[in-house]
Design a protein around this ligand. Structure first.
Ligand code: HEC
Ligand code: HEC
Length: 318
């Protein structure tokens, strides 16, 4: 039952000193329970005032109040954007000697400078995350049509110089005169081989890749292979890096080694395109990327061929 209730908010006339606590009441009373006018604890008030002082100081010193264009700048002129820019500038300065050294060193001499090689590989790892993972995967393991860069199976070569060239000019990149080119004919679509002949050659490829035992069909395919395919893939099918023609005898497939995938490849031909990074990245970043890809596990020592050798001598048989 309400004994006495006054409008909350106005101090009622019934205000009195509460005997046990010595605190005055505000005059509100519900069922005989009266409200004491206890002051805020001192520690709480001090903390509260300290927060106000801190907030005022913060607003003066740091960017704080959002305006139309930007926030109030604060007297010391700090901003998180500025801090990032400083950090980037500091990192650039820090990296400058390394980038300069890398710019001047031909890539094949990189292994002779382990500290520089390490720095380049680190830089390449970061650049790979930005530019390459969308096609080659975050672990560079590739997927159908996009080669795995961790293994030692290379279309165009896995030494530093070959990698640098592949990255610089890309593969079948339209508009780059130095891009790596070669085109397997579409044997089915262009009517070079009949469907039955394609069946034979598929059987042969499955035999040399040790997926199927020798058969009469494969023997027929062998003759067709020698006539039509050996010029690029080599007499034994081991591939040719001059032409980016894959090794067909290993168990590593770019487009699949089952009969259906092989038939699709031979009927239509493929022709994967890798962008020419020389148009988008500076030469130092490309060297770093080549060093990183080289470090992934399939990196090869420099090829034994001399640059001036005629093309036949430069032919690298796997
Ligand atoms: C748009 C997709 C795409 C992107 C992005 C891409 N690649 Fe490729 N890359 C390919 C394809 C497709 C091939 C295979 C081309 C072929 O079939 O010959 C390839 C081939 C390669 C090869 C040759 C492998 C060999 O066996 O010779 C290297 C090395 C390589 N890429 C590295 C990179 C690096 C490093 C980057 C990042 C700077 C990158 N790629 C970004 C699609 C891509
Ligand atoms: C003019 C050169 C050339 C000729 C001739 C040629 N190929 Fe190819 N072949 C290539 C190239 C280059 C590729 C890689 C295509 C790519 O990377 O997109 C390839 C890819 C392949 C692949 C895919 C391998 C994989 O890992 O998925 C198969 C299979 C293949 N060729 C079989 C044949 C057969 C069989 C013939 C003969 C009927 C033949 N090729 C004739 C150049 C040639």
């Amino acid at each position: 039952m309400v004994e006495k209730q006054t409008d909350p908010g106005t101090r009622a006339a019934g205000s009195r000193i509460d005997e046990p606590t010595g605190t005055s009441t505000v005059g509100h009373s519900w069922d005989g329970i009266e409200e004491l006018d206890t002051p805020m604890p001192r520690w709480w008030l001090l903390t509260f005032y300290a927060c106000i002082v801190f907030a005022l100081g913060y607003v003066i010193v740091y960017p704080a109040i959002p305006l139309f264009e930007r926030a109030t700048p604060g007297v010391i002129g700090w901003s998180s954007q500025g801090e990032l820019a400083d950090a980037i500038a500091a990192e650039r300065t820090h990296q400058a000697p390394m980038r300069l050294a890398l710019a001047q060193l031909p890539i094949e001499q990189l292994p002779g400078n382990p500290a520089l090689l390490r720095a380049a590989t680190r830089g390449g790892r970061s650049a790979f995350k930005v530019h390459c993972v969308q096609c080659h995967g975050s672990g560079a393991a590739g997927s159908k049509g996009y080669p795995n860069l961790n293994d030692d199976d290379w279309l165009w070569g896995g030494d530093l110089v070959s990698l640098e060239t592949t990255l610089q000019h890309g593969i079948r990149h339209p508009g780059d005169d130095a891009t790596r080119v070669s085109q397997m004919p579409a044997f089915g679509k262009d009517g070079i081989l009949t469907p039955a002949q394609i069946g034979d050659v598929v059987a042969y490829v499955r035999t040399i890749s040790k997926q199927a035992p020798a058969s009469a069909q494969a023997t027929r395919g062998a003759a067709l292979f020698a006539e039509n395919c050996a010029v690029c893939h080599g007499a034994t099918g081991a591939g040719n890096r001059e032409l980016g023609a894959p090794n067909l005898t290993d168990a590593i497939w770019l487009y699949g080694g089952d009969s259906a995938s092989l038939t699709a490849t031979i009927v239509n031909a493929r022709g994967g395109v890798m962008p020419a990074w020389g148009r988008r990245l500076d030469p130092v970043t490309i060297k770093m990327l080549a060093a990183y890809v080289h470090s992934l596990g399939g990196g090869e020592a420099a090829p034994v061929v001399v640059a001036a050798a005629p093309p036949e001598a430069a032919h690298v048989e796997r």
